[in-house]
Design a protein. Structure first.
Length: 152
């Protein structure tokens, strides 16, 4: 009987402590964010705010922004279109596929990126990738590759 009371007391103390430990998924997300920050990218916990109403995202999942400052010595010319200070580009994965805010031509590589990536934005100052942080290490690599492609 005494052992049972001791066990219940220990369980009452250890239960809340164990529930405060991060789950496997939370540790994976923290590791991905550390990898991105270590590679020189910014991780922002915010949703895209400048999506026009006509471009409905494919999912309602919350997104996390991974950002890269653009190199100022070069203007990025995508295979279709030139990004200048007067314009910026926004591509959103919708139910019908990728669409642009200004009906710009889509870069060829956009169709082949991970489904976890839902919004790609490019301005003269920075490149932004909004994604669900779901998937595996390959999806994180694709996010970083897209940022590298857009920043240079």
């Amino acid at each position: 009987m005494v052992y049972l009371i001791i066990f219940i007391a220990l369980a009452a103390v250890a239960g809340p402590l164990l529930s405060a430990l991060p789950s496997k998924r939370q540790r994976q997300i923290a590791r991905w964010r550390d990898v991105a920050r270590g590679a020189g990218y910014q991780v922002r916990l915010r949703e895209p705010s400048d999506i026009p109403p006509r471009l409905q995202r494919i999912s309602g999942n919350s997104l996390v922004c991974y950002a890269a400052r653009r190199y100022h010595s070069k203007a990025k010319s995508l295979t279709q279109g030139l990004v200048t200070p007067e314009n910026s580009s926004l591509w959103v994965r919708t139910v019908v596929g990728w669409q642009s805010r200004e009906d710009d031509l889509l870069p060829d590589w956009l169709e082949s990126i991970s489904p976890a990536i839902e919004v790609v934005a490019l301005s003269p100052q920075e490149a932004l990738v909004y994604w669900t942080e779901r998937g595996d290490e390959g999806d994180l690599e694709q996010v970083l590759q897209v940022l590298d492609r857009l920043r240079s």
